[in-house]
Design a protein around this ligand. Structure first.
Ligand code: DMJ
Length: 581
């Protein structure tokens, strides 16, 4: 009898194991069926050379293990908290019946696949475009953009990629990039052309400061300071509103003539506070914080009655008058809203002025711009002189994550409504991917009699942008709804199928609605800084750059949250390390 029970139990166990494996295989079938797909057996060995900059995210002795996990050194898996899916989702999901270890293993395989993608993107840049701004992966040479100086090649991709390499544990690559910056990144090289204050701030100053925060290596802080000092002449206006373009050699600054008769742009002037305040914190040089204080004072005094509390995108820096009455959560508006929220978060939720300004700005946008389409998709419309334009840009898709993050930390009476809006916007942005032939989203998608979350030429390009996966990552961390990971994996598959260039990185697409989209031959630096970083973090554990300890600037460079003043007597491991270096 005992013998019979024993055989019966063994048969049951065998059946359960077979069932588990069958489901695991189904859930991973999508990746293995793609012939272009990179091998699951990583050829990227993790070599820990962090002796010189060995403090990983949020590091203290007990968090070492978590960083090791992120670098694939430790396969310990935490149980999934929620294995149900959002209704109506098309993506494949990992069913709850998979043994916890297997579910975790798949997620970590996916994370490691993203790490290999980063290696592929980086290797292509190193081989064909080293030192140039960006890679042209098809023609296999460097690409330069006037945003970073017309004729100079200041390695935008190197600076933008640094923290992603570090976070992924690609330490040989990180070391090479770090050394190039120490010996070759010379702000004087930028004197050959004018630069965008906004772009230099978010990519260079933000990227370098993030590496300083992650590693404690003072070289990064010195480089960031030298570059930021060269931006200061742009702030010499009566209002403190900076001009958009500065000549790094002689300080002569101007606004582009196309921007509403020489106006400054809301998203540009509003996307400086994280980097400037943090730079003042870590250098003791108060000039950067002072620039932000004057600018914030001006913004607070602007009269918004005529626009029902909305912020138009263009402001005259000499008079403080509004330019064209165009309002958008996309281009020219976007990161202004993001930085109000994140200034509050970065201050350890002490900067109440930023919190109130965020609530004021975002509530007006929710009240005046949010629309629901015929098929029930929630979106932020643009407003042009009070008339709504029923379209949303890929750029505006960051707002799903922003609303979620804001709702999560603001608490009630905002929490439930903002979280719900964040989820709804993220779902709409997913739909813009889902409805395209390539499964990658267009630059702009529209809602009208013919279109629902679809973009047609000339608005149908995909530039390797991050905003949609950024929202997936933030919403995943806030909700643990596995649908965000599945949507993220769909993006990985589409990137591999359509954007990967064998031997030389990734390219954007000219039209996402074609079966075989033509590539645009540019690997944008934000693909390495943001898109791949957010995908990697989407498949990483929560304690890799936890959202309550790190705030991502708009180029996805993480900066550490300040301790609340009441906790200042408690040593913060990040700051202790910095002082000891
Ligand atoms: C990035 O440089 C930043 O995310 C910026 O805020 C908006 N545009 C690109 C990515 O699309």
């Amino acid at each position: 009898m005992d013998w019979f029970r024993c055989v019966q139990s063994l048969l049951k166990i065998a059946a359960l194991i077979l069932f588990g494996y069958a489901i695991t295989a189904v859930s991973s079938e999508d990746s293995t069926s793609n012939s272009e797909f990179p091998s699951r057996n990583s050829d990227v060995s993790f070599v820990d050379k962090r002796t010189n900059y060995s403090r990983p995210p949020g590091d203290n002795p007990s968090s070492r293990k978590s960083f090791a996990r992120s670098a694939n050194l430790d396969s310990r898996i935490r149980p999934r908290r929620n294995a149900t899916t959002s209704s109506g989702a098309r993506g494949k999901v990992i069913p709850a019946v998979i043994p916890v270890e297997d579910a975790g293993a798949i997620i970590h395989q996916r994370r490691d696949t993203v790490r290999q993608m980063m290696k592929h993107a980086w290797d292509g840049y190193v081989k064909y475009a080293w030192g140039y701004h960006e890679l042209r992966p098809i023609s296999r040479h460097g690409h330069s953009s006037s945003l970073f100086g017309d004729f100079s090649n200041t390695g935008v991709t190197i600076v933008d990629s640094l923290d992603t390499l570090y976070i992924m544990g690609l330490m040989d690559e990180f070391q090479r990039a770090r050394d190039w910056i120490e010996h070759n990144l010379d702000f004087k090289k930028l004197t050959w052309g004018e630069v965008s204050v906004f772009e230099i701030n978010i990519r260079f100053v933000g990227g370098l400061l993030s590496c300083f925060a992650l590693t404690g290596d003072r070289m990064f802080r010195e480089k960031a300071l030298l570059i930021a000092e060269r931006l200061l002449p742009a702030f010499d206006t009566p209002t403190g509103i900076p001009l958009g373009i500065v000549n790094m050699e002689n300080g002569v600054s101007r606004n582009p003539s196309w921007a509403s008769e020489g106006s400054s742009i809301l998203s540009e002037l509003g996307t400086l506070s994280l980097e400037f305040n943090y730079l003042s914190d870590v250098t003791g040089k108060d000039v950067f914080r002072q620039k932000i204080q004057k600018l914030t004072g001006t913004i607070k005094r602007l009269d918004r009655h005529a626009d029902g509390g909305l912020y138009p995108n263009f402001i005259n820096p000499w008079t403080g008058d509004w330019g064209d009455r165009h309002v958008s959560m996309g281009a020219f508006g976007d990161s202004f809203y993001e930085y109000l929220l994140k200034s509050w978060l970065l201050s350890g939720r002490q900067d109440d002025e930023a919190r109130l300004m965020y609530i004021d700005a975002v509530e007006a946008a929710l009240a005046k711009l949010i629309q629901v389409s015929r098929e029930g998709f929630t979106y932020f419309a643009d407003s042009n002189s009070g008339r709504l334009e029923h379209k949303m840009q890929h750029l505006a898709c960051f707002s799903g994550g922003m609303l979620g993050l804001g709702g999560f930390y603001l608490g009630e009476p905002f929490k439930r409504r903002h979280m719900a809006m964040g989820k709804a916007i993220t779902r709409t942005c997913r739909e813009s991917y889902n409805r395209s032939t390539s499964q990658l989203g267009p630059e702009t998608f529209r809602f009208n009699e013919q279109l629902e979350a679809e973009g047609l030429e000339p608005e149908a390009a995909y530039l390797l942008r991050p905003e949609v996966v950024e929202s997936y990552f933030i919403m995943w961390r806030l909700t643990h709804d596995p649908i965000y990971r599945e949507w993220g994996w769909d993006v990985v598959l589409a990137l591999e199928r359509h954007c990967r260039v064998e031997g030389a990185g990734y390219s954007g697409l000219k039209n996402v609605n074609e079966e075989k989209p033509v590539k645009d031959d540019v690997q944008q630096s934000f693909f390495l800084a943001e898109t791949l970083k957010y995908l990697y973090l989407l498949f990483s554990d929560d304690d890799v750059l936890p959202l309550d300890q790190w705030v991502f600037n708009t180029e996805a460079h993480p900066l550490p949250v300040s301790l609340p003043i009441k906790d200042i007597s408690t040593p913060n491991p990040k700051f202790v390390f910095r002082d000891q270096k």
